[in-house]
Design a protein. Sequence first.
Length: 123
Amino acid sequence: MEVGVRIGRLSELTGASVRSLRYYGETGLLEVRRGPGGHRLYDSADVAQVHLIQALLSVGLSTREIGEIKQHCKKMPHQKESQATAMLHKQRDIVDSCIHKLVGARSRLDSFIAEAEARDRVS
């Protein structure tokens, strides 16, 4: 990757919108470095950081929670059972609960569908 790419190129490389990238910078999720002309400049580490942010967002963490994880990892990078790990476990538990509820909803829908199809065959 080119060194010192601007925000539009980072957007192309990561699939994140320019607006999202600016927001990540404003909230501290992404470090913003400025070039001589005042333009934001990014490198390959920033591409990896954006991919991590996108991955954590995709599993349901909020940007606030991602920021907390980032801060905790900076303060205590080698702590065995960190707050970050605990937050990830909590999020997994939430996802598991949602899956359980969705499986139940699907089962009820399957029952409704079967009943409706049986009525359709009779009429």
